[in-house]
Design a protein around this ligand. Sequence first.
Ligand SMILES: *[C@@H]1O[C@H](CO)[C@@H](O)[C@H](O)[C@H]1NC(C)=O
Ligand SMILES: *[C@@H]1O[C@H](CO)[C@@H](O)[C@H](O)[C@H]1NC(C)=O
Ligand SMILES: *[C@@H]1O[C@H](CO)[C@@H](O)[C@H](O)[C@H]1NC(C)=O
Ligand SMILES: *[C@@H]1O[C@H](CO)[C@@H](O)[C@H](O)[C@H]1NC(C)=O
Length: 796
Amino acid sequence: MEEHHHAHDHLHSFWSLSLLLSFLFIYSACSSEPYVHIVYLGHCPQQDHQLTSDLHQQLLLNVFESEEDAVRSMIYSYTHGFSGFAAKLTLDQAGAIARKEGVVSVFRSKILELHTTRSRDFMGLPLRETLDDDEAPHGPFSSAFSDDVIVGVFDSGIWPESASFREEPGMGPIPRTWKGECISGQSFNPSIACNRKLIGARYYLTVREQQLGPLDIASDTEYRSPRDRLGHGTHTASTAVGSIVHGANFFELGSGTARGGAPRARLIVYKVCWNKTGDGIGKCSEADIMAAFDGATRDGVHIISASFGTSIAQLLPFFVPSADIGSFHAMRKGVTVVFSAGNYDYSPDPSTVKNVAPWSISVAASTIDRSFPTRMVFDNTITNLIVMGQSLITTQIDANLADARSHFYNGTCSRGRWNNISASGRVILCFSTVGLITSVEAVDAVKKAGGLGLIFVEPLAGQVAYVDVVPTVYVDIYQGTKILHYLGSSEWRPIVQITPTGSVVGKVPGPVVAYFSCRGPSALSPDILKPDLSAPGVNILAAWPPNTPPARSSSDTRSVNWNFQSGTSMSCPHVTGTAALVKSAHPDWSPAAIRSAAMTTAYTKDTNSEYFLSGGSTKPSDPFDIGAGHINPTKAIDPGLVYDTKAGDYVIFLCNLGYTQEEIAKLVLPGTDKTCPRVPTSNSNLNYPSITVSDLRTTMTIRRSVRNVGRNRNAVYIPRVFGPSGVEVAIWPRLLVFSRYRDENTYYVTLNPRKRSEGRYDFGEITWSDGFHTVRSPPTVCVNNSGYGAESMSYT
Ligand SMILES: *[C@@H]1O[C@H](CO)[C@@H](O)[C@H](O)[C@H]1NC(C)=O
Ligand SMILES: *[C@@H]1O[C@H](CO)[C@@H](O)[C@H](O)[C@H]1NC(C)=O
Ligand SMILES: *[C@@H]1O[C@H](CO)[C@@H](O)[C@H](O)[C@H]1NC(C)=O
Ligand SMILES: *[C@@H]1O[C@H](CO)[C@@H](O)[C@H](O)[C@H]1NC(C)=O
């Protein structure tokens, strides 16, 4: 089967390279250390899990001397959601298996990370902002109680005693479709931990222990059970589906009612990320994650929330990253998978967005219109200076001020340069002069030097306040310079008084895109817009284990039940909650329809009716920052129209990327009628709720289909177009007439470049409206016609 091998070459181009290197390696070192590899075989060919598992053993037998060795090397056999296994293989064994009939891909199990902004802080947002009581769904669609929806959170586990995971009064029995379990383990007694809210819990750590060493149970830095050590999993789970809890606060800050996006949905946790180092960034092994995906499809989960990914954007083909495989087969079974788009320590570059498969959702992070102003009064006995900063300070500070500007190292106030400054009893003013750097180093330095507090000056205020081991106030360079001049004009070190932070809602324009949120376009398939959506991901207040220090550092001795975190890790579960509400209101909707509802109802204008600002800059945001816009849970339940995408459409998508018919046949269940077109088409035609053309040379027509899901059976929708600049947009037909619920209609968008451009993106808006619903899609178009002759420029 030569063409078969050819098909493999495409997927394994990276692998052939490593095969080549492995031979070199063998010659030089005469050995090849076994490593955990994932062997992926596509969809499950049969219902019989034992048969599938036997097939996996059979494949292993081919490359091992003895049956015993083969059995010993097997770690996981995946037989529910998809077919595949994880095994310890040398590079040449892996190479031999990759060439076997039926194998789609073979890859090393990588270590992924929870999507944390900086080394000590995860990402954080106020739950009560998610869905206010007066915004709760009502009318014919009010069945959205969502206690029939099961949400699986793949994260660092759960603190089951948190009030967020109590049963809501009157919660009915667990849905009968549920096949999961609540697994016992260290400090985790299922009969106490699980209830009608937290209906299940599992943990996966076999490969994590093989790759990163055994869990350090003795020093009490992890639990060999679903119990959460890091806090991240408890935080994200409560953001997604936490029950309604009154009086949530962090030392009175952010005080209010905490509630998840879908407070009545059921929760099962899959602990796949584990503590490893002191930095609090959970490490998750891909082979364990695959096992969780396999388990979740078997358990009957409806929505999966996964706030992790690679730490750097990797250009791996689809079906090599575990997240693509797991989410593809989950989607095939009707399970919506929501991922975080990833964080960046500094202002992110383009094409840094993670988790870009078109069958899942990738979520960016924004602020909300809530801020944590902190008042600082500087007093040199002659004059006063008052400066406002952002912080999460809970007690008043009175101190002398010291300027650490002369102690910079690479622009950061860092440990090595503190020998000569007495910080004890002082608040340190520290300038971050090189781009947007994190304050982690500066905080550590002040802590080591015995300082009372830190005023951290950023070029542009990042809008993020962190819970830290040293109280830290964030100010922008303008305010920072004012303080510096004041210091210079004074003979004595002035006194500074910092009053505890207050929270203010509605005084600052929001949302603003978080500076750390990873940006599009997707490098892997630039004709599909990623990220899909944005959601609150800055200063999020949610449940926290009382045993985990809120600043995630052992020098923090505080114990809290609620904590602030920031990151796309925190925005992802907001979308998960919304997806659960939509699923509950419309149980028969596909993952694509649910995503469409969330995307087409999202908004892009802030509280000042302007496009959101892009955090860390002074520029307005565009779809590469926020996708279709900021999530609007109430509207998402009643979107009017949906863009659905069927498995067959993803087949065409994969064909266009160069996968062959044979390759694809292994991924999808038989009976998918779509076959690869003879000539590849543009992936701009995938029936996505956004429209993206990454290489517009001449006139191009794109097709979209929409389904009527509004309560108004007879509906007439009219389009409105705005931008993109330099592109003429024509829509046909000019009316979409629906006479029944579920009626489908097709429309065409013709894009005609009216300028010469060499690969510059422009953005616009296409909105269909029936007077009640506004169904919005952002067109994102890159005109690239400079290399063309005059005949294609016949327009003026
Ligand atoms: C995580 O592990 C590190 C190193 O073992 C430890 O210092 C840290 O305290 C642990 N984190 C928590 C929250 O226990
Ligand atoms: C920054 O610090 C590192 C060591 O931490 C050093 O190697 C590097 O040269 C420094 N860069 C500058 C521009 O000072
Ligand atoms: C720090 O103190 C040492 C000794 O007290 C002195 O030699 C050195 O010059 C000082 N460094 C700075 C930057 O002031
Ligand atoms: C623009 O077109 C040129 C060829 O005319 C091509 O090499 C380049 O990759 C295209 N740029 C983009 C962004 O597609």
